[in-house]
Design a protein around this ligand. Sequence first.
Ligand SMILES: [Zn+2]
Length: 219
Amino acid sequence: MEVKEIREQIIKAGLRLVSEGLVARSWGNISIRVDEQNMLITPSGRTYENLKPEEIVLMNYHTLQYEGKIKPSSEYHLHAEVYKQRKEINAVIHTHQMNATTVAAARREVPPIIDDMVQIIGPTVRVSKYTLAGTAKFAKNAAKALKGRQAALLANHGAVCIGKNLEEAFAASEVLEKACKAFIEAEFLGGAKSISKFSAAIMHQVYLKKYSKLDKKNR
Ligand SMILES: [Zn+2]
């Protein structure tokens, strides 16, 4: 995909995050991997409603240098770390979505409680170790919580969702919100009951295989 197209894709994704209630105002950020050096990332402190394609920042995720005068999102470390560590991942969404943030505030790992959460994200959703947001350490802790997963909770902050493409990262973000809501409410109904971690791991693997096969067919 061309850089121009990726910029437009990010604009659309930003509007979708707002309309689905996953972010508000200028909170949250989106990036897409462009190549082996660069990512395109939403700028710092701008609202999604008036964002223009040329305001999306091109940044080298190894050197952290960026093009132009517009500052990248303050969470650039988080996005850069994911692209450095996860070769199969090409899109990152960071949100402050409500139910995920509530679980992140309680620092509770989400157990395997819903089939589609398990399939799309993985057997559990971990919570990263608390550090100040925006720092390199925060990014490292997040990447650790993301190991083998498509989403993680960021302690006392929000969530990070990733995918082979933007569509997959969105799916992770939506299913995460649903799972966190179900988790909170099931705990009130006497306690969430988990699928066994073993079955959960198998379900995730089967999903990944099926999905990557479909992906090849569509190419
Ligand atoms: Zn944030």
